[in-house]
Design a protein around this ligand. Structure first.
Ligand code: TTP
Ligand code: MN
Ligand code: MN
Ligand code: MN
Length: 376
């Protein structure tokens, strides 16, 4: 619920806009985001502040021109009192004193540092901060028992907080491709997540794995993981089994955003390629040499049966806000329940089949929105 007092995401759109040198701007006009406007009109104020700010940011991003006066914002959805206050401050003073002072606060800095650890969410970070833990050293000294994910997160902190490049994503893709082909010839992989949306960097690399013959994908994940482990590619992995078939309540439960595919959250050991060399960019004015020939990269693997593949691709391409809005749209506008597994039409009381994303958009009564326009 209400609690943290600071919303990390509240600030990211603001920072982005300030860095780009044009306060409160906006660059692209995306069909998706225009659709989002329409969706938003119905669902304002349903969620907490974090989401409210992200929506406000999505609306700003979708505007056709730079905002220079508050009057341009009249009548737009999703811009709440708080967002408008921040924008007004930026327009009048070049920055928002509220956001700037939040960014400077010890509490915010600590939240950023601690949630930067893989395996640590806002709740855990908040608990630690209340105990007086503000940085990694204080956490190490505290003697807190960390789980395996958090231990790995702490160990590879610097690597995991460095953006993954497209070249690195491609290199990981080749390894994953080799792994799936080795353990089950004919298997296919698809790059999903932010890289599929055309982003140039990401916090991780996401892959979906399937096999064209239904059922052959069963047991595939553990084989892929074993292969990767045997080749020394994994620094950490946690595999969660598929819980979809075991569910009694039927597949497309609208209540939960979590899907039930077999998945693996991992940290890869990626050997640095020639193009990256071993000389790191200047840090604090000092040219540092990094002797390691590898770096750690977060990788998510998901296995889907071919019958659910189109839904899985749509669900794992994101962005998270886009997925959220798409599901809302399905429920409120079409009386359908959309998940990463299926779409259920409540009026016809049946599942609708799809073998492509295009078909799914058609069921939802939307024009096809390409991945590059899903960066809400
Ligand atoms: P992320 O990898 O978290 O985000 P991203 O790829 O959009 O951005 P980044 O570059 O920072 O990595 O998630 C990708 C998509 O996967 C997101 O749309 C939601 C989906 N997803 C699920 O469907 N279920 C899950 O359990 C998780 C963790 C993600
Ligand atoms: Mn507020
Ligand atoms: Mn990702
Ligand atoms: Mn991911």
């Amino acid at each position: 619920g209400q609690s943290l007092g600071v919303h990390l995401l509240d600030i990211s759109w603001y920072t982005e806009s300030m860095r780009a040198g044009h306060p409160v701007v906006i660059t692209d006009r995306h069909k998706l985001q225009l659709n989002t406007y329409v969706m938003e009109l119905h669902f304002l104020d349903e969620d907490g502040r974090g989401v409210a700010f992200r929506r406000a940011a999505a609306v700003l991003k979708a505007l056709p021109a730079q905002v220079t006066s508050m009057s341009q914002l009249r009548g737009l959805p999703c811009l709440g009192e708080h967002s408008l206050r921040v924008i007004k401050d930026v327009l009048e003073n070049g920055e928002s004193s509220e956001v700037e002072s939040t960014k400077q606060s010890e509490r915010f800095k600590a939240l950023k540092i601690l949630t930067g650890i893989f395996g640590v969410g806002a709740k855990t970070a908040d608990r630690w901060i209340r105990e007086g833990i503000y940085n990694l050293q204080q956490l190490r000294d505290s003697g807190h028992a960390l789980n395996q994910a958090q231990k790995a997160g702490l160990e590879h902190y610097n690597d995991l907080n460095q953006p993954v490049t497209k070249a690195e994503a491609n290199a990981i893709g080749e390894i994953v491709q080799k792994a799936v082909i080795s353990v089950l010839p004919g298997s296919q992989i698809a790059l999903t997540g932010g890289f599929r949306r055309g982003k140039l960097t990401g916090h991780d690399v996401d892959f979906l794995i399937t096999h064209p013959e239904e059922g052959r994908e069963v047991g595939l994940m553990s084989k892929v993981v074993s292969w990767l482990e045997s080749q020394g590619f994994l620094l950490y992995q946690k595999t969660t089994r598929n819980s979809y078939l075991e569910s009694k309540d039927g597949p497309a439960r609208p209540a939960s955003n979590m899907d039930r595919f077999e998945r693996c959250f991992s940290i890869f050991k990626l050997t640095k390629g020639e193009e990256q060399g071993t000389t790191q960019p200047e840090k604090n004015g000092v040219q540092t040499m990094d002797n390691r020939l590898w770096r750690a990269v977060r990788v998510d693997l998901v296995v889907s049966p071919i019958s659910q593949f189109a839904f899985a691709v749509l669900g794992w391409t994101g962005s998270k806000l886009f997925e959220r809005e798409l599901r809302r749209w399905a429920g409120h506008e079409k009386d359908m329940s959309l998940s990463s597994h299926a779409v259920f039409d409540n009026k016809q009381n049946r599942y609708l089949r799809a073998t492509s994303e295009e078909e799914i958009f058609a069921y939802l009564g939307l024009e096809y929105i390409p991945p590059s326009e899903r960066n809400a």
